[in-house]
Design a protein around this ligand. Sequence first.
Ligand SMILES: N[C@@H](CCC(=O)N[C@@H](CSS)C(=O)NCC(=O)O)C(=O)O
Length: 255
Amino acid sequence: MTHNHLRSLLFRQLFENVSSTYTYVLACTASKEAIIIDPVLETVDRDSKLINELGVKLLYALNTHVHADHVTGTGELKKHFPLMKTVLANKANAKSDLQVQHGEKIDFGRKSLEVRATPGHTNGCLTYVLHEDRMAFTGDALLIRGCGRTDFQQGNARTLYRSVHQQILSLPPDYSLFPAHDYSGLTCTSVEEERNFNPRLTKTEDEFIDLMKNLNLPYPKHMEYSVPANMVCGIYDLMDEKTRKTVEQSLEEHN
Ligand SMILES: N[C@@H](CCC(=O)N[C@@H](CSS)C(=O)NCC(=O)O)C(=O)O
C-alpha cells in the first residue's frame, strides 16, 4: 500500500530486518496528526526523520504488546517528540503514558482506532482497528499464515485461538491485516485470506492447542533484556541498571 495525497490516510509500513518487525506510521492528512505502531529501538532515527519529512505531528507511539524479541523504540522516540505519549494495554501491567483497554478509541485528527484486546501470545496483546480504512494492526496475535507463539509471557493457546476468531477473523472479509512481524517477505493479508488459508487458525480449537504445544521454537535471542526494557516502554531512565547497560551495548554493536 502506498501513500496517496488524495486519501484521508497517510500510511507507511516500515521494516526492521534484525527482528523482522513491521512498524506503521499513520496520519490523518487533514489535521496532520499521526501515530506510530510498534517502533523498534534500532530504527528510531530512520522513523523520526521520516515523520519530520512527512510534516506530521506525532501524538502517540503504540505498542501492540510487551515484545520479547526486540526493544521498543517508544522510549527513544520521546526524545525526538517530547509531547508524544507511549501506549500499552492496561493488562500488560507495565509503565506507559497511557494504558488502554478493550473498547477504547485512540483518535488522531479525524481518524479513530478501536482498541481490541487479543490476549493469548501475551496477556496484554492488543489489535488496533481502523474501521474507516478497513485495516487492523494485529501485533503478534495473528501473523500472515501464522500466529504468535504461546510458550512464554502468559502465553495460552486456547485464549489466543478465541481472541483471533472473536476479535480479528470476525471483522469483514475485505479488512486488510498488518502484523508485527513476517519472516518470509510477506507484508499484508486480509481477513478472508486468513480465514481460508491460515494453516494454524483453520484448525479446530483442540487441534490448534496441540499444534502450539509442539512448535518447539527456540526462545528469542534478546528476550532476557527485551522484556524488562519493554515493560517500561524502552525508557532508559526507568530500566534497572543491568538491562539499561545491555540495551545500550546491543545498540552500539548494531550501529
Ligand atoms: N528468531 C527470533 C524470534 C522468532 C519468534 O519467536 N517470533 C515470535 C514473535 S516475536 S516474540 C513468534 O511468535 N513466532 C511465531 C512463529 O510461528 O514463528 C528471535 O530470536 O528474535
